[in-house]
Design a protein. Structure first.
Ligand code: MRU
Length: 366
């Protein structure tokens, strides 16, 4: 996608520097900064401290981290060390482990002298695949938006609601939940997107920045506004991303997603989840009991970052000194609240049968 007219992916390999360039998302939407990652420790911190974030992007970043490690030392010990250092960064999004395992499985079968090049080629492959998967999610999601537009008797916009940032900077390009929005906008379907602010880290501001850059009409709303908007007939469809979807279609996504799904159910509004296949955890059935939920730092809740009137990016405290804070970063929306999963192979029911029918090559035998 474009930033100030220049096309970008959210990461790219710099051959001269032998390093990965990323967009440091801690400063967005206020400041667009590029950061170079050239050590394993740098990769691990960038993922853990959310310079890069979003399930598909942390998977792709981890693959480049493995590549860097293998180019510096292709031994089995270095491979295992890189796998462990990167795997412990964030526990919930499954794309991280998926990418690391894919790298490890390939590399362990290769002689040492081939590992550096093979690891880099695989990281490029994972990044390119992500772009294509998300493009296809956009095509399938577009049909759902077209159906809603066709039911309207006038040219009023299709009103979508999204939570967190499942946009292009959460992936390598296109985004997952935002890809149908880009496709619909480019097909001249009038749209308006309600963007949840998504406390504590306000990823909604990233979504607002992305949609604004693409000329898509949107309003930034508090996390508590969605139910009210739904009750008043102002939302036609909800689309969110996912960090891990179980084989029975339970969806683990940014904290607060579950409440949006409940409100959507109560108001008979379709609740769709954009799901790239690397985000399916085929080893897990029940999301509520089996998915580890990341607990993040109290300061994310007790403090808030923004831009001051003088243009500085600054952090202020919102809680009384010494207040106890809890910060679970994700929640699980059970499959019965999910209308459908928008995947790169089409839309399916959020169920074991639905996923297995679309992905028979990946699903474990019944
Ligand atoms: O904690 P984050 O910002 O990494 O969480 C991101 C989300 O919850 C996204 O919705 C999810 O990763 C899907 S991104 C295409």
């Amino acid at each position: 996608m474009k930033v100030d007219g220049t096309p970008y992916r959210s990461l790219w390999w710099d051959t001269d520097a032998e390093a990965l360039q990323i967009i440091d998302q801690r400063w967005l939407p206020h400041d667009f900064r590029i950061e170079q990652l050239d050590s394993l420790q740098g990769f691990a911190s960038a993922i853990k401290d959310m310079h890069v974030r979003g399930a598909p992007l942390i998977g792709a970043t981890a693959a480049y981290g493995m590549a860097l490690a293998m180019r510096q030392d292709p031994s089995d010990a270095a491979l295992q060390q890189a796998w462990e250092a990167l795997n412990q960064t964030r526990p919930t999004a499954i794309n991280l482990r998926w990418a690391l395992n894919r790298c490890r499985d390939l590399l362990l079968g290769l002689p040492l002298e081939q590992r550096g090049q093979a690891a880099l080629s695989l990281a490029h492959e994972i990044a390119d695949e992500d772009v294509e998967i998300n493009r296809r999610i956009g095509e399938h999601g577009l049909k759902l938006i077209q159906d809603i537009a066709a039911q309207k008797s006038d040219d009023s916009p299709v009103r979508l609601l999204t939570h967190c940032n499942a946009g292009w900077i959460a992936t390598v390009d296109w985004g997952t939940a935002t890809s149908p929005m880009y496709h619909a906008h480019d097909a001249d379907i009038p749209l308006h997107v309600w963007v949840d602010e998504t406390r504590p880290r306000n990823q909604g501001a990233l979504t607002a920045w992305e949609l604004g850059s693409h000329g898509i009409s949107h309003s930034y709303i508090t996390d508590n506004a969605g139910g009210h908007l739904m009750q008043h007939g102002l939302v036609d469809m909800v689309i969110t991303g996912t960090d891990r979807t179980t084989r029975q279609g339970d969806v683990c996504n940014k904290i607060g997603t579950y409440l949006k799904a409940l409100a959507a159910k109560d108001n008979n509004i379709p609740f769709y989840v954009a799901l790239p296949s690397p985000t399916i955890d085929w080893t897990v059935l029940d999301g509520i009991s089996e998915i580890p939920i990341e607990d993040r730092a109290a300061a994310e809740v007790s403090h808030i970052q923004g831009r001051t009137d003088t243009g500085e990016i600054s952090t202020v405290q919102v809680t009384p000194e010494g207040t106890s804070v809890s910060n679970p970063a994700f929640d699980v929306t059970p499959n019965h609240l999910v209308t459908g999963l928008i995947t790169e192979r089409g839309v399916c029911a959020a169920s074991e049968a639905g996923l297995a029918a679309l992905f028979p090559d990946m699903a474990p035998p019944a």
